[in-house]
Design a protein around this ligand. Sequence first.
Ligand SMILES: Nc1ncnc2c1ncn2[C@@H]1O[C@H](COP(=O)(O)OP(=O)(O)OP(=O)(O)O)[C@@H](O)[C@H]1O
Ligand SMILES: [Mg+2]
Length: 286
Amino acid sequence: MIEIKNVSKRFGGNEVLKDVNLTLDKGDVVAILGPSGSGKTTFLRSLNFLEHADTGTLTIGGKTYDLHNASKKQIREVRRNTAFVFQHYNLFANLTALRNVTEGLVVGRGVPKAEAERIAKDALDKVGLQDRYDYYPSQLSGGQQQRVSIARAIAVNPEVILFDEPTSALDPELIGGVLSVMRGLAEGGVTMIVVTHEMRFARDVANKVVFMEHGIVVEEGAPEQIFEHAQHARTREFLQQIDPETDIEAAPISTPVLPVSAPAAPIRHGALEGIPRLAQPVPVLA
Ligand SMILES: Nc1ncnc2c1ncn2[C@@H]1O[C@H](COP(=O)(O)OP(=O)(O)OP(=O)(O)O)[C@@H](O)[C@H]1O
Ligand SMILES: [Mg+2]
């Protein structure tokens, strides 16, 4: 179980997070929705010490960490147990796809090089990049770069992967490939927190949806609960703005979702599925 308690953060006079709490069970996929500026990125970054929270605790891997006051060793421990997937991939431009994935294993964790390469290739295969090991980021599409960054995250086998709008920098035709990899991870039991504007992902893949505004969690619940029976007017308003068809049953896909260009495995298209599903769930690496 992962428990996040009382996370607060202000930037000067701007109170960006006000006592945010969230609990996840193993295998949970939490989608965080909310308008621009509501604090979603700040919240996610605080969990990985990329941002320094004013208050808050994170319980992960059986230990509780103070998000305001942690030692370097504790920060390293938390970062080992979490992985971050950024909107703009954050790959090393001067390293190949393979080296981008092995680097964290070899340098960060002391995994022997040959073993790291085996794990990295396995992770790249799982995201459909088995033929791109030696490509540099500039030789890859945005979707492929994002899949390298997902491979980098799964390779370290963290307790949770934190995604900050992983598809929002991508051209529409590349979104589907990344979402199907993420769906594969979810089906393989990977625990994830995903800040997203992809309503179809939140509805179909997440098992918990959190709506944030002005630094507070306005409402959280199962996707059906939030999308069909939101308790708060603000949640309903937001969802309708994003997807005016929200209260219509079986709402159409708001963002075009197309098949992966170079899939790891054949994709099955279920009649009702907006996000292509990988033939095999992507299991957590041993
Ligand atoms: N480093 C910073 N210094 C000062 N203010 C910041 C900083 N980072 C974020 N903020 C402010 O904190 C608030 C929340 O920002 P945040 O990026 O967390 O929002 P968000 O919900 O992720 O928005 P978006 O959907 O646009 O990504 C905003 O008002 C923003 O201007
Ligand atoms: Mg953000």
